[in-house]
Design a protein around this ligand. Structure first.
Ligand code: TMP
Ligand code: ASP
Length: 244
């Protein structure tokens, strides 16, 4: 039995023979609102793993380094071991979710410039929004490291907008996490999948509710989560050439 190194809400990390490599198992569990809402959705883990693998490989080809090494089996991936920086870096192109609730901006408003926000990765505190001063106060990142994460978030945003745009999907917003490897290099980590993005279908007219192909389907009890993830997977597959 492989040694469990960490279990999160949606994934389990296992040790491998190589101390620099971890195996990530994607669970079928869906959670929202800091796990106050939970369910198990058959097929979600495999789809999340496949989508994340495809996106990490795509980003690596665009020159974005990440912890991703390869997908193994249907719902697992090998990744480089990193120490996760406890920040959730959110990039937004269109107003939705907590931005609308916090600032009163209408859902669907296109932002003049992409907005980057930092949240503390701490469920017990409800992942609070952080200012630059908070990040410095907590000693999570120096101002220049924080600046580098913001720039990296914006570069990732440009690549993901292009990729999802080719799939007729609007990238409303997304969350990424970064980690430090043994050499101290900062790498994109965790996952990028419809659990961590808002994706609105351009082939459907109407409200965000009708167009959502992401975890909002679970957050808002809309149903059809696995079907939505399957659709995202199929569209990505059709635009991303297979890895050499
Ligand atoms: P928010 O509007 O709820 O702040 O979410 C912004 C984006 O971040 C959205 O694409 C969902 C993603 N997200 C996560 O991946 N994990 C989280 O814990 C939260 C709160 C949001
Ligand atoms: N990821 C968080 C949770 O599982 C919040 C969310 O995505 O809505 O609770």
């Amino acid at each position: 039995m492989a040694l469990k190194r960490y279990e999160g809400k949606a994934k389990i990390l296992y040790a491998t023979d190589d101390p620099q490599v971890l195996r990530v198992y994607y669970k079928d569990d869906a959670t929202a609102f800091n796990a106050q809402k939970r369910a198990e959705i058959a097929g979600k883990g495999a789809l999340g793993c496949r989508i994340s693998s495809l996106i990490f490989a795509y980003l690596q080809r665009q020159g974005i380094p990440s912890h991703f090494l390869q997908q193994v089996g249907d719902r697992e991936m090998l990744v480089q071991a990193v120490e996760i920086i406890p920040l959730e870096v959110v990039v937004r192109n269109v107003a939705a979710g907590s931005l609308c609730r916090r600032l009163g901006i209408g859902e669907g408003t296109i932002l003049a410039e992409p907005l980057v926000e930092f949240y503390l990765k701490n469920d017990a505190l409800g992942d609070p929004l952080l200012t630059d001063a908070h990040i410095a106060l907590l000693g999570i990142a120096t101002p220049s490291e924080k600046q580098a994460l913001e720039s990296q978030g914006l570069v990732i945003n440009r690549h993901l907008q292009e990729l999802f745009g080719a799939c007729d999907l609007t990238l409303v917003d997304f969350k990424v996490e970064f980690g430090r490897d043994r050499q101290g290099q900062v790498l994109l980590a965790d996952e990028i999948a419809p659990d961590t993005c808002r994706l609105w279908d351009r082939r459907v007219e109407g409200t965000s509710t009708a167009r959502s192909l992401d975890k909002d389907r679970f957050r808002q009890d809309l149903g059809g989560l696995a079907e939505a993830y399957q659709e995202v997977w199929q569209r990505l597959r059709s635009v991303i050439p297979p890895s050499p």
